[in-house]
Write a protein that binds this ligand. Structure first.
Ligand SMILES: NC(=O)c1ccc[n+]([C@@H]2O[C@H](COP(=O)([O-])OP(=O)(O)OC[C@H]3O[C@@H](n4cnc5c(N)ncnc54)[C@H](O)[C@@H]3O)[C@@H](O)[C@H]2O)c1
Length: 356
């Protein structure tokens, strides 16, 4: 198979990440970069092209695929230009700022007959894959709740991410990943209702906190929560919190951190009618919330998973040559955007939104 030749539009934070990743991959040849700010190209690696414009990149017959790693508000126009130039496209998340934009992008990419997918590589995060494995194995019995959360302690968002017109805000930034993970975990389940709170805690224009409740027809209530302004007093030890919790009728799973540590917790006396004797705690006397009898709580290791972000491009190579499906399909991306619309509506009205 011939190498897939990829050029990237945008040599900022994510452009640099793609430069490192794609330079190391067999079967993919990184050709070069364009950026509307020429200074951003100063440190492009030796041997790669520095295009003077996006048009020059799109006109280069050496380029098969264009990876769009520019600001969110640029995705629509750049995808359409790349499609009209006959290039296959990988677009950074969020694919688009709105459903209308995405539908237009899909129409043009279809008309031009080019391949179009989105870089949702967080489907390959280890913590997420462990939770998905636990869910798929039914290791917790009937799952009734899961929570996917991320809290930052720094309090500051940066650059264009604080401007609404640029596609800033945490819902666009991390919300798409966290929602996408939940939907990818349970692709068959339909969402019946969505309730959400979205806040601008310290930012003037954009959201920096959200809590989203997604009720599914498989009886799961999924919660997604993110805040960039939940301050901690020892940020040098831990400058963010990343947590998953999943509850089922046969156990509870916890997975913490991007280099995850996790455990499954079970009880050896499930539904045994215990004595009901009073236990004195700091909260007063209790029966239901007292400490468990010795040996009653047992823990298990979480399943091992073998996954990394590089697998996104390993899949891309195979899918490009028709050997498997693309990991990220456009209707899935569209569904995430429809959820985000419902999230905004619920946050605005204070009411839940019926869905699907
Ligand atoms: N998948 C992920 O995990 C992940 C992580 C971070 C960012 N992203 C996404 O990557 C994209 C870029 O984000 P970033 O953090 O790298 O931003 P950034 O500001 O660091 O870099 C963006 C670059 O694109 C350039 N640019 C903007 N508009 C352009 C245009 N029309 N033509 C050419 N160049 C243009 C800018 O000059 C800048 O150099 C965003 O869509 C963001 O959501 C994805």
């Amino acid at each position: 198979m011939e190498d897939i030749r990829i050029a990237v539009i945008g040599h900022g934070f994510m452009g640099h990440e793609h430069e490192t990743m794609l330079s190391q991959m067999e079967g993919i040849r990184l050709i070069g970069f364009s950026d509307r700010d020429p200074k951003q190209l100063d440190d492009v690696k030796e041997g790669l092209k520095r295009y003077e414009s996006n048009e020059a990149l799109l006109a280069d017959p050496e380029v098969d695929v264009v990876l769009i790693a520019a600001n969110n508000n640029q995705h629509h126009d750049l995808v359409i230009q790349a499609a009209r130039a006959g290039k296959d496209i990988i677009c950074e998340k969020p694919a688009a700022m709105s459903l209308e934009e995405l539908d237009d992008m899909v129409r043009v990419t279809n008309e031009c007959g080019v391949k179009f997918t989105v870089h949702h590589q967080r489907r390959l995060d280890q913590d997420f894959r462990i939770m998905k494995e636990i869910f798929d194995q039914k290791a917790l019995g009937d799952v009734y709740m899961m929570k996917n959360s991320l809290y930052g302690f720094n309090g500051n968002m940066h650059d264009w991410h604080v401007y609404i017109s640029e596609g800033g805000g945490m819902l666009y930034d991390w919300g798409v990943h966290l929602i996408d993970q939940i939907l990818f975990m349970m692709p068959e389940a339909k969402i019946t209702s969505i309730y959400a709170d979205v806040r601008n805690v310290i930012n003037f224009e954009v959201d920096d906190y959200f809590k989203i409740l997604l009720r599914f027809d498989n009886q799961v209530m999924a919660e997604v929560e993110l805040g960039t302004y939940l301050l901690a007093d020892k940020p040098q030890d831990k400058w963010f919190e990343r947590h998953w919790i999943m509850g089922g009728n046969k156990g509870t799973a916890y997975v913490d951190g991007f280099e995850p540590e996790g455990r499954i917790v079970r009880t050896t006396e499930l539904l045994t009618n215990v004595s009901g004797s009073r236990t004195m705690t700091a909260a007063g006397p209790t029966r239901s919330f007292g400490p468990p009898a010795p040996g009653k709580i047992v823990t298990e290791d979480v399943p091992k998973v073998n996954t990394c972000h590089r697998d996104y491009f390993e899949n891309y190579k195979k899918a490009y040559y028709g050997e498997e499906d693309f990991l990220v399909k456009i209707p899935e991306t569209r569904r995430v955007l429809t959820v985000m619309d419902a999230v905004r509506e619920s946050a605005k009205t204070g009411k839940s939104v019926d869905f699907e």
